[in-house]
Design a protein around this ligand. Structure first.
Ligand code: SF4
Ligand code: SF4
Ligand code: FES
Length: 367
């Protein structure tokens, strides 16, 4: 097939950037990485990019296609060619470009190191003649986070990092949960304290771009949510973000609404709220502040309470990825309310060990 693509070239010596078009012939099975290899081999040997495994394992070939981070070895070119589209390939975002499509991963590794990515087992020697064994079930909560290949695609798309390059970021925080959730690790509280410091978990804007772009389904934003939940469980809630989250839940559970009038004092404290009085009055004058009394209570407020109760049962169910409100809502609607006999049944997620074939539990057979 004939493939055309445009590549943002960057020359570190002159600092010049140029968008160049390339047209090559490639086999129909080619992925973007194959096409780049052909360009480098047959058209311009100076093109710089990274690769190693060519099978979505090593995490080396992260780059952007049409402004979205991808793994070049995962992106099939045939559907793109069939559409007649000419994609634009560029280096990943939020990391300094070294040359063409290769970025400096130094800041990425620095943040991974800051997470203390090793197990602190809390013992020095194995029990006499034995070993510490852990079941797959115990390890399931960190299954998704352990899939990370450290490609940097999530970091490339992180809005918060764009505003604050010191933000720990999705990859490092997913790595953090991989250790916080590890049953062998005994340094959970110290870790959570560390991840709750400035530029930590509460600086995430919850844009979910990292979940959308991760090529391995790690869902780093979910890992950050789990770190937040673990922190609050451990009483680590000094950050404004934690206070904000706590009030959000309390407000939703008691009225089904976010009581915005109380949000500022509950999040920032009374003194800070008093300082905002002028701003609050100007909002009130324009009808933007609902009267705090009597609080407005939603019609089906009990649904908010049910959602909170359902989420509370989920624990660290990271392996199956159940921290998303919409999934929980769908289960309330269909599994609990529409079918009270099967309350709590997990319709959308059979409880299986990742990697095992799903078993139809109703009839006890493989489907
Ligand atoms: S979380 Fe996903 S996108 Fe981010 S570094 Fe790991 S594998 Fe790559
Ligand atoms: S959800 Fe948070 S960590 Fe993920 S990309 Fe957005 S700001 Fe970054
Ligand atoms: S070359 Fe290893 S992930 Fe693409």
């Amino acid at each position: 097939m004939d493939v055309a693509l445009k590549i943002w070239r960057y020359d570190p010596e002159s600092g010049e950037r140029a968008l160049k078009r390339y047209e090559v012939e490639a086999p129909e099975w080619a992925c973007l990485l194959d096409v780049l290899d052909i360009v480098k081999d047959q058209v311009d040997g100076t093109l710089a990019y990274r690769k190693s495994c060519r099978m979505m394992i090593c995490g080396s070939c992260g780059m952007r296609m049409d402004g979205r981070a991808i793994l070049a070895c995962k992106e099939r070119m045939k559907p793109i060619v069939d559409r007649g589209h000419v994609p634009v390939i560029s280096a990943m975002g939020n990391m300094p470009i070294v040359k063409d499509l290769a970025v400096d991963m130094g800041p990425f590794w620095q943040k991974i190191r800051a997470m203390k990515p090793w197990i602190e087992p809390g013992y020095e020697e194995y029990p006499e003649g034995g070993e510490f064994r852990h079941s797959q079930e115990q390890m399931n909560p960190i299954h998704k986070e352990a899939l990370c290949i450290m490609c940097g695609c999530c970091v490339s798309e992180c809005n918060s990092m764009e505003a604050d390059p010191d933000f720990l970021g999705p990859a490092a925080l997913a790595k953090g949960f991989r250790f916080v959730g590890d049953p062998r690790d005994q340094a959970k509280v110290e870790r959570l304290e560390l991840y709750n410091s400035e530029h930590g978990i509460w600086d995430c804007t919850r844009c979910y771009f990292c979940n959308e772009r991760c090529p391995k389904g790690v869902d780093p934003r979910d890992a950050i949510a789990k770190l937040g939940a673990e922190s609050i469980k451990e009483g680590i809630d000094r950050d404004m973000g934690a206070k904000h989250a706590k009030w959000f839940v309390r407000s939703a559970v008691t009225t089904g609404w976010l009581r915005e009038t109380e949000l500022v004092p509950k999040t920032q404290g009374l003194v800070s709220a008093i300082k905002e009085t002028k701003f609050a009055l100007s909002l009130a004058k324009r009808g933007k502040v609902p009267p705090p009394f009597p609080p407005h209570v939603a019609d089906k407020q009990h649904e908010a309470r049910m959602l909170r109760d359902l989420i509370a049962t989920q624990g660290r169910d990271g392996a199956l990825g159940h921290v998303q409100g919409e999934r929980a809502l769908s289960r309330i609607e269909h599994a609990v309310m529409a079918d009270p006999d099967h309350a709590g049944r997990r319709r959308d997620a059979p409880e299986i060990t990742p990697g095992e074939a799903p078993v139809n539990r109703d009839i006890g057979e493989q489907p």
